[in-house]
Design a protein around this ligand. Structure first.
Ligand code: HEM
Length: 382
């Protein structure tokens, strides 16, 4: 009996010891090793804190920034990502930070960003989504990899091709004439439902500058008169394209994307250990005066007058609201067309200004959102 008690106590102690070793290995040894490897290559960053990494400090800064509105300027990076903003100032364009125990190399250096997103060596993949994203998105294109991703992506490319979008129109007409009673429950059906969302806050709108609003309206009237927008006219909307691009530059709906080094890999002069996540902050590139000039925070759609390549000086990573490379957004044309249609139809009917009740408070909440809504005053043109 005594022997059994000694044995089970020894076994329990052994289990506890192994568990302790595992915790120390995972939460202390590995992070310190990664930190040492990166520090020795000149990459600095806020030091790793046991288990929570830098999350406490980052959350605290985010909470503080979100607690008050900002001045009515487009210099939104310090409010939207205060922790990243302060780290870039302190440690430089690329730095190491800690999302809990996960090491993240945050990169905003254009050359490194290009290398990761081009991914010619297939060295970087999408990491497994966090539990919350997995629940939200399930096994869909943004969260899967390899052959399964290739199959789904091919289908999606087909679904968003111009010809397929015409099917959307036919389906809308059938609902309007009462031939069928819903938009359907498949992929396209869900999209059409979203477009017809009765909840006004789900529809897209933009804050505009009066002059640009007048120019945009003049263009819409010239192209469509008072007719509904059509696909041929959509391609002629130059001013509206410039306005959409400048808005996406200043307010990128997706602020960053994440990749994972699938093996020990060379990136620029750096050798990265395979457990590293790479976090690319679009918003930092879109707001970088070195790429856009001293007027970087001004709303100047004329930057895009001669197209994106000219505006960015042929530097593709200076402007990438829809990502870059083979995992870039499959819904890009769809969402730009949708925006052009919505904007044209609003401009044909209303002038609009900011309401005095509007509070400028952009907030990253899955995508970038106005924290207290977008209050506009519409005046009918009739
Ligand atoms: C203004 C609107 C939108 C923006 C700014 C946007 C932005 C992005 C970005 C930045 C990515 C790249 C993610 C990465 O590299 O990890 C992406 C991927 C994706 N987007 Fe969008 N998106 C928009 C609208 C849409 C719409 C309307 C759809 C579909 C209805 C869509 C479907 C997708 C899908 C399926 C992917 C994953 C592609 C892949 O992994 O191969 N997006 N989007």
């Amino acid at each position: 009996m005594g022997n059994l008690l000694i044995l089970s106590t020894a076994f329990l102690c052994l289990c506890l010891f192994v568990a302790l070793l595992y915790v120390l290995y995972k939460y202390w040894w590995v992070p310190h090793r990664v930190q040492f490897i990166m520090n020795s290559q000149g990459i600095r960053g806020p030091p790793y804190e046991f288990i929570h990494g830098n999350n406490k400090e980052a959350l605290q800064m985010q909470k503080e920034a979100s607690s008050k509105p900002m001045a009515l300027t487009h210099d939104i990076f310090p409010r939207v990502m205060p922790y990243d903003y302060s780290c870039i100032k302190k440690y430089g364009k690329n730095y190491l930070s800690w999302n809990g125990v996960r090491a993240q190399l945050v990169i905003t250096d254009p050359e490194l960003v290009k290398e990761v997103l081009k991914n010619s060596e297939k060295a970087f993949s999408k990491p497994k989504p966090l539990y919350f994203f997995k629940k939200l998105l399930g096994d869909t294109i943004p969260t899967i990899n390899s052959e399964k991703w290739a199959r789904h992506r091919k289908l999606a490319n087909h679904a968003f091709h111009g010809e397929s979008l015409k099917i959307v129109k036919q389906r809308e007409e059938k609902v309007m004439t009462g031939e069928v009673d819903s938009f359907g429950h498949d992929f396209l059906g869900l999209l059409v439902n979203a477009y017809h969302d009765p909840d006004e806050k789900n529809r897209l709108s933009i804050q505009d500058v009066v002059d640009w609003q007048d120019k945009a309206r003049a263009e819409v009237v010239e192209v469509f008169g008072n007719q509904n927008p059509n696909s041929e006219g959509i391609t002629k909307l130059k001013t509206i394209t410039m306005i959409i691009n400048e808005t996406l530059r200043l307010y990128p709906p997706i602020n960053s994307v994440v990749r994972k080094a699938v093996r020990d890999v060379q990136l620029g002069n750096l050798v990265l250990p395979n457990c590293l996540d790479l976090n690319i902050r679009f918003i930092a590139l879109h707001h970088d005066p070195a790429l856009w000039g001293d007027d970087v925070h001004l709303f100047k759609p004329e930057r895009f007058a001669e197209g994106i390549a000219k505006a960015t000086n042929n530097n593709a990573v200076a402007f990438m609201p829809f990502g870059m490379g083979h995992r870039s957004c499959v819904g890009m044309s769809f969402s730009i067309t949708e925006t052009k249609i919505a904007l044209s139809m609003i401009l044909q009917r209303y002038t609009f200004t900011l309401s005095p009740t509007y509070v400028h408070a952009p907030l990253p909440n899955l995508s970038l959102k106005p924290q207290h809504g977008l209050h506009l005053l519409f005046h009918s043109l009739d």
